[in-house]
Design a protein around this ligand. Structure first.
Ligand code: AKG
Ligand code: FE2
Length: 313
């Protein structure tokens, strides 16, 4: 993000007060001095006092493309989609997954999956929300499509991993529904990529996701969404609306700013899954130790790790 744009999206007045940052530094210095073992202490001071240091370190370590990465060969069509993903941070895959959308709706949005009436998610307008298994081979049409997986890995310039199980959502935004935290512009951090498959037609008047085109190119200066001037986002960026026919598949980089735009008394049905470069650093910016910031890559089944083309036998 260009410097001036960034200062308008993250205005100085929303930054933590200068004295708070100083207090943090002096506190960490005192606690490091108290700890036995000099080198460890210096590292703790850096970790505790400088989220910027940690963020940069984590980005280099987990996100930057690997110099020895061998790109997966792609068709011309997939190559063009990759280019668009790089440029805009979002692309609609040029294929119709309508058959798969029908399958997912019938199989996973049936009434037996409805959330119980007392589920807290009901207050957010969710009627169905649950994960689905990677073992369902019908889902592999998207999840292990060689071109889509190749595009994702080439985008990263490294191996990609699924973060957790895909989920299905069916929602109805009643006037009383309270948007989820993702209802304001935010970044999900560390270039997590998402697939969002529309399970039914969506128009701009329905609840849908909005993505600030091009806002993904650099790391966000903070992952604290309260630091974002929400009104500035559509002023500074063109908004891409994740709408279209049932079976439209979007791939987007959640480092870029995006939100769920809620439209009262409308419905949305989606299949959603999230990818990372193999880990998901904590982003509360209150770092305590290296181990809590950089957990080991999530334990996932072997065949899920072998994400790239042809790994599924
Ligand atoms: O469309 C939405 O409700 C927001 C989704 C979102 O934040 C995400 O997929 O990361
Ligand atoms: Fe998000």
């Amino acid at each position: 993000m260009e410097h001036t744009v960034s200062t308008r999206i993250y205005p100085a007045e929303r930054r933590p007060a200068f004295w708070k940052q100083h207090l943090r530094f002096w506190r960490s210095l005192v606690s490091a001095v108290k700890q036995p073992g000099g080198r460890h202490g210096v590292r703790s001071v850096l970790l505790l006092s400088s989220p910027a240091f940690v963020r940069q370190f984590a980005w280099r370590h987990y996100v930057s493309p690997r110099p020895d990465y061998q790109p997966v060969p792609l068709s011309r069509e997939a190559g063009r989609e990759l280019e668009r993903l790089r440029q805009d941070g979002i692309v609609a895959v040029g294929r119709d997954f309508g058959g798969l959308a029908d399958y997912v709706r019938e199989r996973y949005l049936a009434s037996d999956f409805e959330l119980p009436a007392d589920s807290p998610l009901r207050a957010n307008g969710l009627q169905v929300s649950h994960s689905v298994s990677f073992a369902d081979r019908r889902l592999h049409e998207v999840l292990f499509d060689p071109e889509i997986c190749g595009m994702v890995c080439n985008y990263y310039g490294r191996q990609a991993y699924y973060r957790d199980n895909p989920t299905v959502h069916k929602e109805y935004a009643a006037p009383s529904a309270k948007p989820l935290v993702s209802g304001v512009f935010h970044s999900d951090s560390y270039r997590q990529l998402s697939f969002m498959l529309l399970l039914s037609d969506l128009t701009e008047n329905d609840t849908h996701m909005e993505f600030a085109r091009g806002s993904h190119r650099d790391q966000q200066p903070s992952y604290d969404r309260t630091r974002i001037d929400q009104q500035a986002v559509p002023r500074e960026f063109e908004i891409v609306h994740l709408i279209g026919k049932k079976g439209t598949l979007f791939v987007f980089d959640t480092e870029g700013l995006h939100r769920g735009a809620y439209h009262q008394e409308t419905r949305r049905e989606i299949f959603h899954v999230n990818m990372t470069t193999g880990t998901w650093p904590f982003t509360n910016e209150k770092y305590q130790s290296l181990a809590t910031i950089f957990p080991e890559p999530q334990a996932v089944a072997g065949y899920v790790r072998n994400f790239v083309a042809g790994a599924i036998k």
